[in-house]
Design a protein around this ligand. Structure first.
Ligand SMILES: NC(=O)c1ccc[n+]([C@@H]2O[C@H](COP(=O)([O-])OP(=O)(O)OC[C@H]3O[C@@H](n4cnc5c(N)ncnc54)[C@H](O)[C@@H]3O)[C@@H](O)[C@H]2O)c1
Length: 467
């Protein structure tokens, strides 16, 4: 184990923790004399530019023309807003139909979500928010209440209180739901059919929400149109892969105070999230083995240069096991029993009970985000963030600039629901609108929002040339 202070990732960790800005896609002024720092930043998707606004070294970071936000919730909300231009532009495209519309948001309650709620409120909507206790920042909840948003959430809520808070959100009779994990959409179908009847539709933020909604649609049980914001290219390619990969790995490093350079790691699940996590771990110097039940994804991992193995083999020598499946019970009692003593378990996916220890496991708190699980067989492992998403519970969640894209997709999805009355089912954001979101983010006139297919006569072949 190598501690973070003084290691090549020290400045990067400090930058991410203090600013919640992303490394991927950002320009940095990097120290030429420290190639290890440069290699890690490049491996995380950053690029070197001499006069970049952010300077990074293993001693720390510097920001030109900006000061990292203060600790107050209002400061953090205003800071996040400053880095969310695509969401602001997408909100500006909402028309009068959003005026007076009741919108319920169920999402991790932190500064970026607060910006989404405020953008919708400023566009004229009547916004209310709900969040689970582990995903609530009470100071942000209070700041939002102070800015006129109804918030049903508390960081200390019991499971019964969480449920009551979600029902209170529904009892406000929202016409649109913006969900993350489809928990509130499903609760509405079960407990508040009259509210479902009044819904124009919903949007869903993440893979683990889209999957059950597709199953409901296949069984004829989904009674509203849901736009799978998750499935937009501008969401999955950036949020799931880059944002989640980057922030999960940095949150794990921080929780363990380990630069992970000497770790042997098993990454379970090689979808976009697992891919991003594995990529960043490898850049830090970890030895990564990938597990995926889908042979296509296991093959993709091999072609990306990783060893692959069945889970019980992969975890045997791992110092760290990261679950990135979003599937309950991925790391069950059998998998835990196969782990080496004192191995660390972290979740990047985030389905309920993704880590499901066998009955009789004893839990002891070691540090704020670290618990020791004493397994029935006598061994023990360390669990990070209580088995919830490690970047959300033990970090600041996805970077602001990545959530800017995801929320621009959410806003485009809301616009779609208001403009076209879609039938019940799970819908994708049309490609043109997906491209338009990327156009908002890349700025500078790069790329085009319309498909090149419309500009070319595809009937022409080589035979027609030179006629
Ligand atoms: N923490 C965050 O901030 C964050 C952000 C985005 C997405 N997510 C969540 O991360 C999870 C993964 O997202 P994704 O888009 O990569 O999903 P995905 O469904 O595309 O990929 C998951 C992969 O896991 C594999 N898998 C499933 N069960 C497995 C098992 N038991 N063992 C081995 N492999 C298994 C699947 O074959 C698939 O390739 C989802 O729950 C998603 O909601 C978290």
């Amino acid at each position: 184990m190598v501690r973070i202070a003084g290691s090549p990732i020290a400045g990067l960790v400090a930058f991410s923790a203090a600013t919640n800005l992303g490394v991927a896609g950002r320009a940095f002024a990097l120290p030429v004399e420290d190639p290890r720092v440069s290699a890690i930043v490049r491996g995380f998707g950053g690029r070197a530019e001499e006069d970049a606004a952010v300077g990074l070294s293993r001693e720390g970071f510097t920001l030109l023309g900006a000061e990292a936000p203060g600790p107050g919730a209002d400061d953090r909300i205003d800071w996040a807003r400053r880095w969310m231009p695509a969401s602001a532009a997408a909100a500006a495209r909402l028309d009068a139909r959003v005026g007076g519309l009741r919108i319920g948001i169920s999402m991790v309650l932190e500064p970026k979500t607060a910006v989404l709620a405020l953008l919708l409120a400023e566009a004229g909507a009547e916004v209310a928010a709900f969040a689970f206790a582990a995903e609530t920042d009470d100071a942000v909840a209070d700041a939002l209440r102070g800015r006129g948003i109804a918030v049903h959430a508390s960081a200390t809520a019991t499971p019964a209180e969480e449920r009551a808070a979600a029902l209170a959100l529904l009892d406000g009779r929202p016409r649109l739901l913006v969900d993350d994990g489809a928990h509130v959409i499903r609760l509405a179908h079960r407990e508040r059919p009259d509210v479902v009847a009044g819904l124009i539709g919903a949007t869903e933020e993440t893979t683990s929400g889209v999957t059950p909604l597709r199953a409901m649609a296949a069984d004829g049980e989904l009674r509203i149109p849901v736009v799978a914001a998750n499935d937009a290219v501008t969401k999955t390619w950036f949020d799931n892969r880059h944002g989640t990969g980057e922030t999960c790995v940095l949150a794990i490093a921080r929780a363990l105070d380990d630069d992970l350079s000497r770790s042997r790691v098993a990454v379970v699940g090689f979808g976009p999230v697992g891919e991003g996590v594995a990529e960043r771990l490898r850049v830090l110097g970890a030895d990564v083995v990938v597990v995926d039940l889908d042979p296509r994804r296991a093959l993709a991992a091999r072609f990306a240069g990783y060893a692959t193995a069945p889970v019980l083999t992969a975890v045997r020598d791992a110092d760290l096991v990261v679950s990135a499946t979003g599937v309950p019970s991925t790391i069950d009692g059998t998998v835990l029993a196969a782990c080496r003593d004192d191995a660390v378990i972290a979740v990047a996916g985030g389905a309920p009970e993704e880590v499901l220890p066998a009955p009789g496991t004893q839990v002891e708190r070691l540090a704020p985000h670290v618990e020791r699980l004493r397994l029935p067989g006598g061994r023990s492992v360390r669990l990070l963030a209580g088995g919830d998403c490690v970047n959300i519970v033990a970090g600041e969640g996805n970077p602001i600039d990545v959530m800017d894209l995801s929320f621009a997709v959410q806003l485009a999805s809301i616009r779609l629901l208001l403009e076209q009355r879609l039938p019940p089912g799970v819908h994708r954001l049309p490609e043109e609108q997906d491209r338009a979101v990327a156009g908002l983010a890349i700025g500078g006139g790069e790329g085009r929002a319309s498909s090149p297919a419309g500009l070319v006569d595809w009937r022409r072949t080589r035979f027609d040339l030179g006629r």
